[in-house]
Every structure is written in C-alpha cells, then in structure tokens.
Design a binder for this molecule. Structure first.
Ligand code: GTP
Ligand code: MG
Length: 182
C-alpha cells in the first residue's frame, strides 16, 4: 500500500448529479472561497496544485454535464462525487435509480473506484438527509463516505474535496468485491 500511495501522481475527482443540484457552484465555491451568484452551466476542468491540497497531490476536478451522454471522463476519474440537493427528493432517488447504475455500467468491474455522496444546499433545510442516505450507503460498498454541505455558506466544501482525495489515497473499505462478480 505504501508503494501504491507513493506512485499515485494525482487525483481526478468527477462531480455528477441531477441538473441544478449545485455541482458547478460547489467547484467554484472551493476555488474562489465565495459563493458565486451566477455560474456557467459547466466549468472547465480545474487543477489544484499539490502544495495547496491537504494530501499534497495535484488534484483535478471535473464538472460533469448531466444532459450529456457519459463521456470518457467517467473512465479517467479516480473518485466520483454523486451530488444531490438535500431539499430535492428526486435528486436523492436518482442516486440509486440513475447515477450508480450508470457509473457501474461504464466502469470495469475489476477496477471499481470510490464514490462519495454529496448532499448540497444544506443551508436550505433544517433536517439532515442522513436517514435517507444511510440505507444507500449500506447497500453499496463502493460508497466511501457521505457529506452534507452548502456551496452557498461554504459549509464542508473543503472537507468534501479532502474526503474525495482521501478516498483515493487511503481507501478504508474494500474496493474490490469478489462476491459481486458473476
Ligand atoms: P447543471 O449544470 O445545470 O446540471 O446544474 P449544477 O448542478 O451545476 O448546479 P448550479 O451550480 O448551476 O446551481 C444551480 C442553482 O442552485 C443555482 O441557482 C445556484 O445558485 C443554486 N445553488 C447551488 N448551490 C447552492 C447551495 O449550497 N445553497 C443554495 N441555497 N443554492 C445553491
Ligand atoms: Mg453545472
């Protein structure tokens, strides 16, 4: 494992999720450290230099456009953040109805990579979405962790990207599940 960690040259984080859950806002909030009132539909891939990341590895962040067909960025990612909005039930349902199956279909079964569930817009609700999310976490071993955050008040934004880095560099669960193979 030590050797593997040293060999890892960079981390590629892909954000997916239903339209308008705040994928682009999350990325821009991280980069500018303030909530952008106006965001483009999609931002170009950004690279965070190693020396400003907690794990000291260059980190690329890719904004996935929900309406497009799955593209190659799905294959080159090391970790995928599935973003939902805590105030949008449909966006939570789509995590298991759409996004996890899409990711599974488009990745090699032997090279499963970690997923992180990201509940954005926590500023809009009083209650946590964890009750709904925990059963999903228990169902899919590839989900490394979950986090609730807000691009708007910058809550848990740097944590989210730190968890994503950490999921790649120091995975806690087995990413290879022999019993899942047919
Ligand atoms: P698409 O690119 O269209 O798929 O959307 P997206 O997932 O990139 O969402 P985007 O960042 O464009 O944000 C959608 C809307 O939600 C915008 O009006 C944002 O201002 C708003 N928004 C994003 N994050 C938050 C948040 O944390 N809290 C609140 N209250 N609004 C947010
Ligand atoms: Mg967007």
């Amino acid at each position: 494992l030590k050797t593997l960690e040293k060999m890892r040259k960079d981390v590629r984080i892909l954000l997916v999720g239903e339209p308008k859950v705040g994928k682009t806002s999350l990325i821009m909030s991280l980069v500018s450290e303030e909530f952008p009132e106006v965001v483009p539909y999609r931002v170009e891939e950004i690279t965070i230099p190693a020396d400003v990341t907690p794990e000291r590895v260059p980190t690329h962040i890719v904004d996935y456009s929900g309406t497009k067909r799955p593209d190659l960025s799905l294959f080159s990612a090391n970790v995928i953040c599935i973003v939902y909005a805590v105030n949008n039930k449909t966006s939570i349902e789509k995590v298991t109805d759409h996004w996890i199956p899409l990711i599974t279909e488009n990745t090699d079964k032997d090279s499963r990579f970690p997923l992180i569930l990201v509940g954005n817009k926590s500023d809009l609700v009083e209650h946590s979405s964890m009750e709904t999310i925990l059963p999903i976490m228990n169902q899919y071993s590839e989900i490394e962790t979950c986090v609730e955050c807000s691009a708007k008040n910058l809550k848990n934004i740097s944590e989210l990207f730190y968890y994503a880095q950490k999921a790649v560099l120091h995975p806690t669960g087995p990413l290879y599940c022999p019993e899942k193979k047919d």
